[in-house]
Design a protein around this ligand. Structure first.
Ligand code: ZN
Ligand code: ZN
Ligand code: ZN
Ligand code: ZN
Ligand code: ZN
Length: 180
């Protein structure tokens, strides 16, 4: 073996040792069996794989969504459900739940509305520290509690008090002061 051949051989074995083989071509299929094998041209390792020859999926019956396919080469058969869903739509005019039906079998699916599904309106004031947001479609609402610096007071008019003006929140009595 020449020098360059031995270098190639060294790197080849290194690759095989980390499972990067130099695979030969696949063996021909035996009738009725879809298992094929190939062999590494360097280390002689053999690996097998099942390669079926599938036709397209076909529905078995009208009005039913079970599909089937049988390998053209062996007897392997697979089934799966394949519904043909129409678009999601609201379950009722005042509901945010959504439903859809299968065109073929009539099966119904329900998507119960979660937080992000509602059409929330603008926050409405309940008190100085509490807002509520209501869904425009259904009865869902959620509460927003404000931090002190964001309180939405309902002030009365400014009134002079000594060298300042003050105004008082009609709800909670909070006082705000400004220089005249
Ligand atoms: Zn190998
Ligand atoms: Zn097969
Ligand atoms: Zn269906
Ligand atoms: Zn809603
Ligand atoms: Zn207030």
């Amino acid at each position: 073996m020449g020098f360059w051949d031995s270098v190639k051989d060294f790197w080849g074995s290194a690759k095989c040792s980390v499972n990067i083989h130099d695979w030969g071509s696949w063996s021909a299929k035996v009738p009725g069996n879809c298992t094929q094998s190939h062999t590494c041209t360097r280390c002689g390792k053999t690996a097998g794989e099942v390669n079926h020859d599938w036709p397209v999926w076909r529905y078995i019956e009208e009005g039913d969504c079970m599909q089937s396919r049988s390998c053209k080469h062996c007897s392997e058969t697979e089934n799966r459900m394949s519904h043909v869903w129409e678009e999601w739509r609201y379950a009722a005019p005042k509901s945010c739940d959504q439903i859809r039906f299968c065109h073929r079998c009539g099966r119904k699916e329900v998507h119960v509305a979660t937080k992000g599904d509602h059409e929330m309106g603008e926050p409405e004031r309940v008190s100085c520290s509490h807002l509520v947001r209501k869904c425009k479609r259904c009865v869902y609402s959620d509460d927003v509690y404000l931090v002190t610096s964001e309180y939405r007071h309902r002030f009365g008019p400014w009134k002079p008090e000594g060298f300042n003006d003050i105004r008082i929140c009609l709800d909670c009595g909070h006082r705000e002061r400004r220089h005249k």
